[in-house]
Design a protein around this ligand. Structure first.
Ligand code: C5P
Ligand code: C5P
Length: 461
């Protein structure tokens, strides 16, 4: 089948169903894919019920109802098709809308998955949007949610932003009018962080006197004639600046980095903004919107994120913003902890065990952020314990595009290394996770290291 064929068949099955259950993951991509599907399905007049799962694993399968509804799995399912079989789900009861590496099983479940067609920079929300558009071409307003899912899952490349089908979807949003894209300074917090804080804390490219130094960043802005407060006295944010002000700062930072012999490649990026959202809020750009949704998942309230995606700008938004504040503080703390404690270097990987200091739902995010500040030649592995189940350890791994280009595959390594202990793992070549028995930690680490070592040797051959 072709990807278009998969999309069409998924849409037809949904349109012909009496009732649908959408089962999705709790992170930003899971929440946006569920929201895209729920909105498209209910707009088509079909009844739909949402179910969020932290992971599709044996202990969670009881949450997948045993009823006559069509089960649409989004952002999960591809890698756990054996569980769907064991749950007794027949081929015609299931649609999988996913972007994870697929598992081979006897039942030929219908999947909308762009990965086998070579699209590695494409999230589940992207796949969900293709289905939504096939259900009704008028669903183009939902492209915005797919952009959030893609950005949340780090699908935008530093050099050129979203690519392939993810870029075409962003194009739908731009045409519809609720998305804009522009090349800009590579900053996080352009809508909510005071200018000097935003410049000081966006550290992808270190700038002397500015990075990590809010006072220095303030002086830098003043030196270039940029006001840091509005007439009414509130802090200005990056999105308040006009083109010429942004250009002034970008040029000045570029000059500074070049003068210090630094690399300006990551100083700019493509940013995605939402003109239909209120200015100076976390909903105004894709990076902050997706962080807000991740926060909802992390605090075990993904349904609040889904309500915000479905345009609830009342209580749900206030609760989500509250969770976002906590989430940002936790991630910051985790980053500090990893960098201060330091990682242990094995032959092919670098790892750290954070114990029960941080929830398992954030260690992967922390690992990804820490990696840019660690050894760039080895993937990072972070372990944490699960307070609710002390017999289990959660493992998260992150790599870089360059490592994956050289043949590294974290998903394959974790599946192989977890197998002898009955552990469950999955994900992508660049980001993967697993649960293993606690007593197997050391042996498991050895197996991961050996496996990554072999992948590296093969890559060099
Ligand atoms: O696929 P799963 O959606 O749940 O993965 C989420 C995590 O994987 C995100 O934190 C993201 O950072 C990472 N990821 C990535 N690059 C990919 C796919 C996922 O960094 N191509
Ligand atoms: O949890 P973390 O963010 O590290 O997950 C990275 C990727 O690995 C995600 O795509 C997640 O869905 C996947 N994963 C998995 N099985 C697990 C843990 C994570 O497929 N047991």
């Amino acid at each position: 089948m072709t990807l278009e064929g998969e999309v069409r068949e998924a849409a037809d099955r949904i349109l012909n169903a009496d009732e649908v259950t959408v089962i999705s993951h709790i992170d930003a991509d899971g929440i946006t894919s569920l929201s895209v599907l729920m909105q498209a399905i209910t707009r088509a007049g079909v009844m739909a019920t949402p179910v969020f799962l932290r992971q599709l694993e044996p202990l969670m399968m009881h949450r997948v109802p045993k009823d006559d509804s069509l089960k649409v799995f989004s952002d999960l399912g591809a890698g756990q098709q054996n569980l769907l079989e064991e749950h007794g789900l027949a081929e015609d009861e299931v649609v999988i809308v996913d972007h994870h590496v697929s598992q081979e099983v006897d039942t030929p479940y219908l999947q909308v998955n762009a990965l086998p067609y070579g699209h590695t920079k494409f999230s589940a929300a992207g796949a969900a949007y293709l289905v939504a558009r096939a259900i009704d071409a008028d669903n183009r307003d939902l492209a915005k949610l797919a952009v959030i899912g893609n950005v949340g899952d780090m699908m935008a490349r530093e050099d050129c932003g979203l690519i392939g089908p993810a870029r075409e979807i962003a194009g739908d949003g731009i045409e519809y009018g609720n998305v804009t894209a522009r090349r800009d300074l590579n900053l996080f917090g352009i809508s909510t962080r005071p200018l000097h804080i935003c410049l000081a804390y966006s550290d992808e490219t270190p700038v002397r006197g500015v990075t990590g130094n809010p006072q220095g960043a303030r002086r830098f802005l003043e030196l270039h004639g940029i006001r840091t407060r509005t007439d009414s006295g509130r802090w200005r944010v990056w999105e308040d600046l006009d083109d010429s002000e942004r250009q002034t700062i970008t040029s000045a930072l570029t000059e500074q980095v070049v003068a210090d012999g630094g690399d300006v490649e990551k100083l700019t990026a493509e940013l995605y903004l939402f003109p239909d959202e209120a200015p100076q809020t976390a909903l105004r750009n894709a990076a902050e919107f997706s962080t807000l949704l991740n926060a909802c998942g992390r605090w075990a309230r993904p349904e609040i994120g889904a309500a915000v995606c479905a345009d609830d700008r009342g209580v749900a938004l206030r609760e989500a913003e509250h969770m976002l504040t906590h989430h940002r503080a936790t991630i910051k703390e985790l980053m500090h902890y990893i960098l201060k404690t330091g990682v242990e270097e094995l032959g092919a990987v670098q790892y750290i065990h954070v114990g029960d200091r941080f929830p398992d739902t954030v260690v992967g995010i922390g690992a990804g952020m820490a990696l840019s500040k660690l050894n760039q030649d080895k993937p990072v592995l972070v372990m944490c314990s699960l307070p609710e189940d002390p017999s289990l350890t959660k493992v998260s791994m992150r790599a870089t595009d360059r490592m994956v280009g050289a043949g590294l595959d974290l998903q394959a390594a974790l599946i192989e290394a977890a197998a002898p202990f009955g552990g469950a793992g999955g994900g992508h070549a660049i980001a993967a996770g697993a649960y293993i028995p606690r007593e197997a930690e050391e042996e498991f680490l050895g197996l991961v290291d050996a496996c990554i070592g072999r992948q590296r040797t093969r890559g060099q051959a």
